[in-house]
Design a protein around this ligand. Sequence first.
Ligand SMILES: [Zn+2]
Length: 243
Amino acid sequence: MAVYLCHEQPDLYEHEATIVDTRPGAVLLSRSAFHPGGGGQVSDVGWIEGTGGPVEVIAVEVEQGDDGERWWHVLAEGAAVPEGDVVVRVDADHRHRVASLHTMSHVLNALVFDEFSGSLVTGAQINGDGTGRMDFDLSAIDNDRLRALADPVNNVIAQGLEVRSVYVSATEADATPGLVRSLSVAPPPTDDGRLRLIDIAGLDRQACGGTHLSNTGQAPPFEITKIENKGKHNRRIRFRSAR
Ligand SMILES: [Zn+2]
């Protein structure tokens, strides 16, 4: 697995490409700035424009091929399947919504990790409509204490902390406890075995292959909408961007 184009060039929202394979309702591209999703994060959406005009891409389906992943760009129902040379456009608003909530899920995870001594994430989901949830292995914690975490998350937004992606060797990652947590969007190791880390200055550092903001100050206000008990040990925190 090579480094994703969307990781190499996070601000690339439009580029040229060639259709290399098609099937009913989906195409493979020679290159794509789309994020394929994974680990609970939805994929990018957007458009592919060929000679027949733009068609909507509603999802990416990842297929494991012999030579690596094949990213099928799934087209809106009934869309004519484009061929040849095309222009690829990523929906920037959708990317920003998902990246915002995803970045805030790192912040929430770090706060829970600090306040409840190393609680582990057992599941996460980031949707395209500006809502998401995280499940934590937490027992005997008052739900009001979890609800109160919205304030410190919003403090982190107000502080405008830098969010960087860095690559470290798998050996170095193995030697650092807490770096690879279960919430990670399956972090793709690079060809030379390095791991991508997301570092939120002074707050959190963990392996992740998702999309993120470059500064926490770019996020809209964060709201916790509901706390649910899931089984004996798990708490589900539902949240959304306030606009
Ligand atoms: Zn992430």
